[in-house]
Design a protein around this ligand. Sequence first.
Ligand code: TYD
Ligand code: MG
Length: 455
Amino acid sequence: MAKKPSFSCNECANITSKWSGRCEACGAWNSIVEDAGLSSSGPAKAGLGTVRGRAVQLTDLSTEEAPPARTLSGLNELDRVLGGGLVPASATLVGGDPGIGKSTLLLQAAAQFANMGLKTIYVSGEESSAQIRMRAQRLGLTNAPVQLAAETNLRDILTTLEIENPQLAIIDSIQTMWSDSVGSAPGSVAQVRAAAHELTSFAKRRNMAVILVGHVTKDGQIAGPRVVEHMVDTVLYFEGERGHQFRILRAVKNRFGPSDEIGVFEMTGMGLAQVTNPSALFLSERGTPSPGSVVFAGVEGTRPVLVELQALVAPSPHSQPRRTVVGWDGGRLAMILAVLEARVGIPFTGLDVYLNVAGGMKISEPAADLAVAAALLSAREDAALPAETVVFGEISLSGALRPAPQSENRLKEAQKLGFTGALAPAGGKGVKVDGITLNQMSDLTAFVGDVFGAG
Ligand code: TYD
Ligand code: MG
């Protein structure tokens, strides 16, 4: 059967079944083009016997090849997030808000990799070569054998890469790249998609590693929506709060290593400095134990990280009390509040609730549930938690507490930082860490009774 032609928008990639002058999805004019699909040209309708093409060679799963030799940059925080160094012929996307420090990080990485012997080219579509050289001077990197180009024309960039044959190319940023084979403006979804596709397939073909920088839009996606993420092997996000100097490089996808791994950096006047002990840094601003403040023993990837959670609960002047969260999921906060009310009988009606993760850190682990509940209760009851105590564990809707993975890792980190107690769910493997008194409870009611002396 003949396949109906399909059309897509060059601006927003929306797919429709009929052509029109204006895209219904994004409102752009003259952006709809017919997709030249394989099947629309005919062979499918004549049946399998006339399918044109050559047979693809098939192989089995066994391999004699050694895993590819990775290159370490020497920046441990970066190497760990990459899964143990840079893989040859890999494609990596580094996303983040404008101004967060992506260019700084990648210029430093370029210098490190070049010093390690990789032939490295840094292409900027955003800054002039002079600007990049000035930044390099400020970062003390002027002697690194990195080659710079300030260019946005994709055809010229690919030609240069073909002639120079580098082992690593850094493209800053994918939104500024412009391919003359696509008829829409730079930064549009169609351009970003075409540029990312050209660069990643070039990288695979020529055995070159490529790192693409991508700006994140307001709603937290790399523009255009996810089109680049599935093309690359590794997706890293560079996060941080403007007012804080901490920056977190987080692997959200990695074909060559664990995702969820984080690297922690600090933005200084001389570029990004590695933070080898993030817990100490995140807790450095903590004062004396006060109501509403709780230390959560978290794990990011393979590394334990202690962070302070701060809650404030106050009578609300509004008919609809406020729920404000920074660094954690708002939906999850609503769930914890509902469980506290329904299972333990502690209502938050008529109360404004604010929750903040100190230091600009973002937490997504369910194991933070119990620490959040503890912070909320401590703020509500105006009672500080026992001193030098960490909290972790997941809360289920029934009010039961579930053990968290890597408990031993969490306790060891707490012990290392001078904590002496931990509040955690019962069950799981019996872990013991010298110097930490572990207080385990099986449900939230027991937790509240034990810690706050009331139900
Ligand atoms: P940049 O790497 O240009 O961000 P992005 O590429 O993600 O847009 O970083 C910009 C910010 O970093 C800028 O506000 C200044 C600050 N910065 C420092 O604090 N110290 C430094 O050494 C450098 C190079 C930048
Ligand atoms: Mg930049």
